[in-house]
Design a protein around this ligand. Structure first.
Ligand code: ADE
Length: 230
């Protein structure tokens, strides 16, 4: 198995690189890819930089250039659902681009041209995530993640995303990574730990909790890798 493990920011992959210990670094398309062996799995780890365009490039590169056959995403998100508190984990059941708007042509918000609104996560990887949560006795929220090229620190925009897509959390890469994996037939799992509530305090909270929440997510991903290896 050759598994892509990606994040969007350095803080999101640093705990993974620390855990694998030794790795080879390859530069490609203006980004670095870290090749490592972990529990018999071949891993390719990378952070894309923030946003849908970079994450599309990185996910595609991980699959097409590095030949990965499974993709796990680890990172942080803003909470929409009030039940989600800072540090809580959410795994996406499906994902949507909240800022994709061709409603002028009669399509619903988030509609992907020649496609659909939501992209569903891989059932087997979702099951693995649930098994890990049980093993760790850790709450794992399953829900809809909305993605867009906007850092949301605005209660009104947050409410609009909540109402329009019934989304539980939001971030800036998941749905674009999902689209790439769906198109290339690669099973994927998007895991996030909450860093803020996408409200007026979001900028401050994000800076405060990025590292600790990113580690929560990365530690969980490592446990998923343990299971995939066994
Ligand atoms: N990732 C983490 N918090 C976020 C927010 N408030 N908006 C967009 N992406 C995020």
């Amino acid at each position: 198995m050759r598994v892509a493990v990606m994040g969007a920011m350095p803080e999101e992959i640093e705990p993974l690189l620390d855990a694998v210990g030794e790795y080879e670094s390859v530069t490609y398309a203006d980004n670095r890819y870290y090749l490592a062996n972990y529990q018999g799995l071949e891993l390719v780890i990378a952070y894309s930089k923030i946003g849908k365009v970079f994450s599309t490039l990185t996910a595609t590169t991980l699959i097409e250039k590095f030949g990965t056959d499974t993709l796990l995403f680890s990172g942080v998100a803003g909470a929409i659902n009030d039940r989600l508190k800072i540090g809580d984990l959410i795994v996406a059941t499906k994902l949507v681009q909240h800022d994709l708007d061709i409603t002028a042509f009669g399509h619903p918000y988030g509609f992907v041209p020649e496609g659909k609104v939501f992209i569903e996560s891989d059932a087997r990887l979702l099951a693995v995530a649930k098994e890990v949560a049980q093993e760790l006795k850790k709450p794992l929220y399953e829900g809809i993640i909305a993605t867009g090229d906007q850092f949301i620190a605005d209660p009104q925009r947050k409410e609009w995303i909540a109402q329009t897509f019934e989304a539980d959390a939001l971030e800036m890469e998941g749905a674009s990574v999902a689209l790439v994996c769906d198109a290339l037939d690669v099973p994927f799992c998007i895991l996030r730990s909450i860093s803020d509530a996408a409200d007026m305090d979001a900028g401050f909270d994000f800076d405060t909790f990025l590292k600790s929440s990113a580690k929560e997510s990365a530690d969980f991903i490592l446990k998923m890798l343990d299971r995939l290896a066994s």
